[in-house]
Design a protein around this ligand. Structure first.
Ligand code: ADE
Ligand code: ZN
Length: 324
């Protein structure tokens, strides 16, 4: 089974580039930029990790971003992720980035996106990993800030396939960003949003995501199982759900294998993803292995999950055909 997971060409649709920041790289980049993060070694960074819910994770995630300063830093972060997953036979990725995590501390939008884009071009040429970038808005910042960043992204429209919504979901419903997402759709971006596992008001958030925002995909979305009307809507729209088993383990102490199976049984287009692999200690293949280890997922189930990711990706139909 481990061989099958390694050998299948795979796509990843839910990975935060800033969540691929390995402790060694955090440490090295902080040193080369003379930033004091308060850690004496990469090991000290790992020892400080203590994630038990979304906010406890996010505070580490944002603190480490301070080490990222130059275009080359964003290039190195991104290229290192592609190298890691190329070795896992990942051939296509739609990674997220969080520009507000950088502009809010004085790093220019251009610096961030130019570094990421250059790494994407090199990864395609040198590693054979194709990718299309998704820009996320931080839902715990204002809608005005999101609108400003949408404006900043317009000159780079050709480098960004879609927009998403991440960060702390508590009391930050999709409706807060209805106008931003409306404008993003009008500008030609695809739309997705996090519906993180077991968040406060999650069922309402999921209905808003579908009815008010009319997303093209849902990130996480495990709680669709809480309401038959949600299952029905998501299924009839054929929307993909980007589930992240190891990430879920940090919140609900389970890889959510029974939920993933139930979603498959309902005919939902579930995909498997890593979310923040450097922090959660599991890139894509380890997320698939978690399903096999916790609940003996079969080769057929694994193959379906892999195929779903290409099907609900935002590749053109012609490009999808080349992978499927
Ligand atoms: N930003 C980075 N990782 C995230 C996650 N798992 N949930 C919400 N926002 C995030
Ligand atoms: Zn995520």
């Amino acid at each position: 089974m481990t061989d099958l997971i390694q050998q299948l060409p795979k796509a990843e649709l839910h990975v935060h580039l800033e969540g691929t920041f390995e402790p060694e790289h955090i440490y090295q980049m902080a040193q080369r930029n003379s930033i004091d993060l308060g850690y004496e070694s990469p090991q000290a960074i790992v020892e400080a990790y203590d994630f038990h819910d979304l906010p406890s994770f996010l505070s580490f995630y944002y603190a480490a971003m301070n080490a990222l300063q130059t275009e080359q830093d964003f290039y190195d972060l991104t290229y290192a992720y592609f190298e890691k997953v190329a070795a896992e036979n990942v051939v296509y990725v739609e990674p997220f980035f969080d520009p507000q995590g950088h502009t809010s501390r004085g790093v220019a939008f251009d610096t961030v996106i130019r570094g990421i884009h250059r790494a994407q071009l090199d990864a395609e040429k040198q590693l054979g990993v194709q990718s299309n970038l998704i820009m996320c808005f931080l839902r715990d910042m204002s809608a005005d800030s999101a609108l400003e960043h949408l404006q900043m992204a317009l000159p780079y429209k050709d480098w960004i396939i879609g927009v998403g919504l991440d960060s702390d979901e508590k009391d930050n419903p999709p409706s807060k960003f209805a106008e931003v997402f409306e404008r993003a759709r009008a500008a030609g971006f695809k739309l997705t949003m996090h519906c993180d596992v077991n968040q406060k008001d999650i069922v309402e958030h999921m209905h808003e995501t579908l009815d008010l925002i009319a997303v093209d995909r849902i990130d996480h979305g495990i709680n669709s199982l809480d309401d038959p009307a949600l299952i029905h809507k998501i299924k009839s729209l054929g929307l993909g759900l980007t589930v992240c088993p190891v990430s879920n383990h940090f919140v609900v102490q389970s890889y959510t294998t029974s939920e993933i199976r139930a979603m498959l049984k309902h005919g939902l287009k579930v995909t498997i993803n890593s979310d923040d692999p450097a922090y959660f200690g599991a890139y894509l293949n380890d997320n698939f292995r978690a399903l096999v280890n916790e609940a003996a997922f079969s080769s057929a189930e694994i193959a379906t999950l892999v195929k779903n990711a290409f099907e609900v990706s935002w590749l053109s139909d012609a490009e999808k055909t080349s992978y499927l």
